[in-house]
Ligand binder design. Structure first.
Ligand code: TRP
Length: 478
């Protein structure tokens, strides 16, 4: 490995110390809360193993080609999404796709940090014995109370948003090698170890077999067009595509590295972790259903309810008493916190790289300034879970500010961005130049023709279908 003092590429920007660092950082972006709670619940609600199969098809046929396209744009453009598109197609409006990407990253950061702050809060609670239900209290009530207390008591929420934003900013400010690469090389192995530890606990629980069956045995009767479209959307979301994370990270990669296999590793890691997360979630849920006669429907809740209310309940009932609750509780929330941190780093890096490349700001100043702004902008989202009525559900926007921003970015801006990027590579830029960029590190790129076909025809149509589906869903109030 050629680490060394070579901290700059031709135009004086950062550079990964190794290809592994790039793959881990990109996988760190992709592996987020969406893998750990999004994918398992999506699978459970859409026909189990059948959904998993369709999801994997979507990942390979559409996700992988678009991921490769983003990496190619980044490495050829040697800049953030705005700068890269300007460099590749000067004097055209294509850079606006990059502007949308940077803007989307900025907005996502402002609410992602809120959930991330919760995971830090719950990690500290879990490690300090806060998941142990006090004598004489009902566990459902206790944990419902804990969650409401956190969201209704903005002081704590804002404190943990601050802690999380500070960590993200410090890492990004320190630079590509000294900040992102160094922290990722510690966090990703820890994430794998925690995952293995939790799977080990989950598969040996009573009811695990039932859980696996529910999760993985295909029920083809439940597979419809809707399921397929949903799987496609989930695949794009999970791979962090559409706003130029892979453009930005790809811009720090050496020309001799192989892009197609790098994209393959990132996609495989993300998918494996999503599938493995289900191996934790389902046995645990079925353990609860088996031992406490809680109706299954109550347990397969979505999102925040599952992670912050139902999961703690189950963790508090694990065999092994207090020690087990503390160990596995802390491990679970640390896993979530790390997954959130490695994603937030990538979001912040996109915006920071834009400020550094295109606004010529000093990296440290750009990152700390951005961190401060994000913190302030996160406060309204933090308050939109009941603390301030007009920002919350049933208030000014109908839905909470958090949900509003989530819907706008994840369901609208990201697919629009992904569509723009696919059309850019497939039609506007030049497939020949794209291939030449790939061939710098991969002299015989065997799947070239297949990739051209996918990025030109299949990906745009697939993304358009996702987009239409999201818009119909939003207008229909889904
Ligand atoms: N992939 C992340 C997850 O699975 C979510 C995500 C989507 C994301 N787009 C992103 C994270 C862009 C960082 C940057 O949870």
């Amino acid at each position: 490995m050629s680490t060394s003092s070579d901290n700059n590429n031709s135009n004086g920007r950062g550079l990964w110390g190794s290809r592994l660092a790039f793959i881990l950082a990109a996988a760190g972006s992709a592996v987020g809360l969406g893998n750990i709670w999004g994918f398992p619940t999506a699978a459970a609600e859409n026909g189990g193993g059948g959904f998993v199969l369709i999801y994997i098809l979507c990942i390979v046929l559409v996700g992988l080609p678009v991921m490769l396209a983003e990496m190619v744009i980044g490495r050829a453009g040697e800049k953030n999404p705005v700068g890269a598109l300007k460099h590749l197609k000067p004097g055209t409006p294509w850079f606006l796709v990059g502007v949308l990407g940077v803007f989307t990253g900025f907005v996502i950061l402002s609410f992602y940090t809120v959930i991330a702050g919760w995971t830090v809060y719950y990690f500290i609670q879990a490690a300090g014995g806060g998941l142990i239900v006090p004598e004489g209290q009902e566990s459902a009530e206790y944990f419902g109370g804990l969650f409401r207390e956190m969201t209704a008591n903005p002081g704590y929420e804002i404190l943990f948003v601050a802690v999380f934003t500070l960590a993200t900013t410090a890492i990004v400010a320190a630079g590509v090698q000294k900040g992102i690469e160094r922290s990722i090389k510690v966090m990703m192995p820890v994430l794998f170890i925690l995952l293995v530890l939790l799977i080990g606990r989950a598969v040996t629980l009573e009811g695990a077999g039932e859980g696996f069956r529910f999760y993985l045995v295909p029920d083809f009767g439940e597979i419809t067009w809707r399921t397929a479209v949903f799987a496609l959307g989930q695949a794009f979301f999970s791979l962090s595509l559409g706003m130029g994370v892979m453009i930005t990270y790809g811009s720090y990669l050496r020309k001799e590295e192989c892009l197609p296999s790098s994209a393959g590793y990132v996609v495989a890691t993300d998918t494996l972790i999503a599938v493995f997360a289900g191996l934790i979630v389902f046995p645990v849920i079925f353990f609860m259903a088996a031992t406490q006669a809680v109706p299954l429907d109550d347990l397969v809740a979505e999102g925040a309810g599952l992670v912050f209310v139902i999961f703690p309940q189950i963790l508090s009932e694990l065999p092994g008493g207090t020690a087990a609750t503390i160990l596995f509780g802390a491990a679970f929330f640390l896993l979530l916190a790390i997954a959130a941190l490695t994603s937030a780093i990538s979001l912040m890096e996109v915006v920071t790289a834009h400020l550094v490349d295109d606004w010529k700001l000093d990296r440290r100043k750009a990152a700390w300034g951005l961190g401060g702004i994000i913190f302030v902008l996160a406060i309204p989202s933090a308050l939109s879970f009941g603390a301030v009525e007009w920002l919350s559900e049933g208030g000014r926007f109908g839905i909470s500010l958090f949900d509003l921003l989530y819907t706008l970015t994840f369901q609208l801006f990201l697919p629009v961005g992904a569509l723009g990027l696919a059309i850019f590579v497939g039609w506007a830029w030049s497939l020949k130049k794209a291939s030449e960029e790939i061939q710098k590190g991969t002299p015989n790129f065997r799947l070239e023709k297949l990739w051209h076909f996918m990025i030109r025809y299949v990906a745009p149509v697939a993304i358009l279908i996702i987009l239409i589906n999201q818009i119909v869903g939003i207008l229909g109030g889904d």
